[in-house]
Design a protein around this ligand. Sequence first.
Ligand SMILES: C[S@@+](CC[C@H](N)C(=O)[O-])C[C@H]1O[C@@H](n2cnc3c(N)ncnc32)[C@H](O)[C@@H]1O
Length: 273
Amino acid sequence: MNYRHSFHAGNFADLVKHALILWLLQERQSRGPVTVLDTHAGAGLYDLSGDAVRSKEAEAGVARLMTADNRPPLIEALAKEVAAFNPKGGVRFYPGSPLLIARALNDGSHYRGFELNPPVKALLDEALKDYPKASGFEGDGYDLTRLAATKLQAPLVLIDPPFERGDDYIRSAETAAAIVKRDPKAIVAIWTPLKDMETFDGFIRRLEEAKAPCVLVAEARLRPLNNPMKMNGCTMTVVNAPSGTDAAAAEICGWVAETLGEDKARAEIWRAS
Ligand SMILES: C[S@@+](CC[C@H](N)C(=O)[O-])C[C@H]1O[C@@H](n2cnc3c(N)ncnc32)[C@H](O)[C@@H]1O
């Protein structure tokens, strides 16, 4: 397990994922309390003065978010959260999904994050220690989330693997489809990188074969997908996408593509089923 999210924290893809999961949580909570399950929780809080300096990904992502003056509401909501972790200004710290979600929970809502890597799980515990409605668990996030979902009603699930293993696409699609098949009111959001369209099409085909309903794909492309060795963009695929997801995703992906993308950057929001 070599993946270290600290290299990537605060990049454009985190901004897409986090702005949309915050909107999905707000939308879901408007209909009552919810438990959020996060298959791959990570450390919870990232100090961008470490690995992120070398990768320069946060510099091209969250640093530009915080100085932009054209932030639409859902992007502004994320910027406000980042600012809360940097009370002296600047962007030294970036909150991951556990902390962003923990801070947005209403009364009666809960967060459970799963993390396979013990040292990262220890960081997750530290990050969540002041949030009694949020807890971290060590182990395989696909299996533990699937099990946890059987004991909940209408959970909101984030699937956010590192995609360093060949089976992450298959397991993501299978986990999402199984959860929604058992509970047609569950909402599952899956983050993926966008390198080439062939790999992503294979992932969508798996969701279709598993008969996953209401699949909305939100793509933010920073450049044309000409070089499959590069992360040219990212997607959030939402299974059982609630109404309003199209507009929310268009606002978020549109801003990211336009503000952080290169020539020919674009956002695409489409329904696969
Ligand atoms: C992309 S990061 C998660 C980032 C986090 N969701 C966020 O948005 O802040 C992926 C994390 O998954 C962990 N991981 C890898 N395989 C896992 C598995 N099978 N189950 C749970 N966690 C896993 C890695 O150690 C890493 O911390």
